[in-house]
Design a protein. Structure first.
Length: 310
């Protein structure tokens, strides 16, 4: 029996092979639909795990070491074999558990509050929600369905636009009482809750105010946690409409300003091409798109992204 303790995590191996094949952390991140930081973190973790240098600096890029070159070739072949074996297995299986992958923030704020209605009517089907910021390998069988927030470029997979999104500031009613806001310019000096991947600057530009990107304050890697902080009165958060819409309807959050900026990314329903008409996948897809049909753009002035100011 193989010693699993000597096998690195599959996700880090996929990141390593993508970086080795593209020669760039940025290109690998784009290919895997991960952030630059997530790819760098995975590579560091893999090299620490192995105790071997896999890359060396080559100008502004990366170059495989001799050991890294040999390892990349072997791992790429192994991943291809795993993918092929998994596709054959999945093609022959009878669905009893539907595995759905999505970002933690979308799972917590949009999917889970609605999912009970679907589960109640599916007596013979178990649903497993996999919430992770890491990209799930749908082709390789890590999940049956993915709800991805991106540009919709997922080669070799069935991909359908589910929801568009918009950004706008939100805060708690108590915060608004303590800091009456009538103009975006008044945001200067206030606590602006932020995410590394969702910057304030594009919204500032859309609102027509000259404010620098916040450099201090609490930074969140989960937008759901950021909204929880805003609802507890800790500051003003830049929210995605899909994640904030329920809290706005219940009065836990309010919008101080009318401007909403369209996101360059949207939510997509993704599955294997061979599974498009599979009964469990089709049932969930049809239910999900009915739910999405009840979702509407935010009220107010809807703006489209403009080039950043120099």
């Amino acid at each position: 029996m193989a010693d699993n303790h000597k096998t690195p995590p599959l996700g880090s191996l996929r990141v390593f092979v993508a970086t080795a094949q593209t020669g760039s952390v940025t290109a690998a991140a784009a290919q895997l639909h991960l952030t630059h930081g997530a790819v760098s973190h995975q590579l560091r973790g893999l090299q620490d795990y192995l105790g071997v240098a896999l890359f060396e600096r080559n100008g502004r890029g990366l170059k495989l070491t001799v050991q890294g070159t040999a390892y990349a070739a072997q791992v790429a072949r192994a991943l291809a074999d795993i993918g092929s074996a998994t596709e054959k297995l999945i093609a022959s299986r009878d669905y009893r558990r539907l595995r759905i992958s999505c970002m933690p923030s979308f799972a917590a704020r949009w999917l889970l509050p609605r999912l009970g209605a679907f589960v109640t009517n599916q007596h013979d089907l178990d649903v497993e929600v996999q919430s992770s910021t890491l990209l799930t390998d749908i082709k390789g069988g890590e999940a049956d369905i993915a709800l991805r927030f991106g540009h919709g470029l997922y080669p070799g997979l069935s991909c359908r636009l589910l929801l568009k999104d918009w950004y706008y500031p939100v805060c708690s009613p108590e915060f608004m009482n303590n800091h009456p806001l009538s103009s975006p310019q008044q945001l200067i000096g206030l606590v602006l809750l932020r995410s590394n991947d969702e910057l304030w600057q594009p919204w500032f530009n859309a609102a027509g105010v000259d404010i620098e990107e916040p450099q201090r304050g609490t930074v969140f890697d989960d937008s759901s946690l950021m909204l929880m902080a805003a609802a507890s009165g800790q500051g003003v958060a830049l929210a995605r409409h899909t994640l904030a819409v329920d809290d706005l309807a219940r009065g836990r959050l309010i919008r101080p300003f009318a401007t909403a900026l369209e996101s360059p990314l949207s939510y997509y329903f993704v599955c294997r091409l061979a599974d498009e008409q599979q009964a469990a996948v089709a049932a969930f897809r049809d239910w999900l798109f009915r739910e999405a049909a009840t979702y509407h753009p935010p009220e107010g002035r809807l703006a489209t992204p403009q080039p950043s100011r120099s």
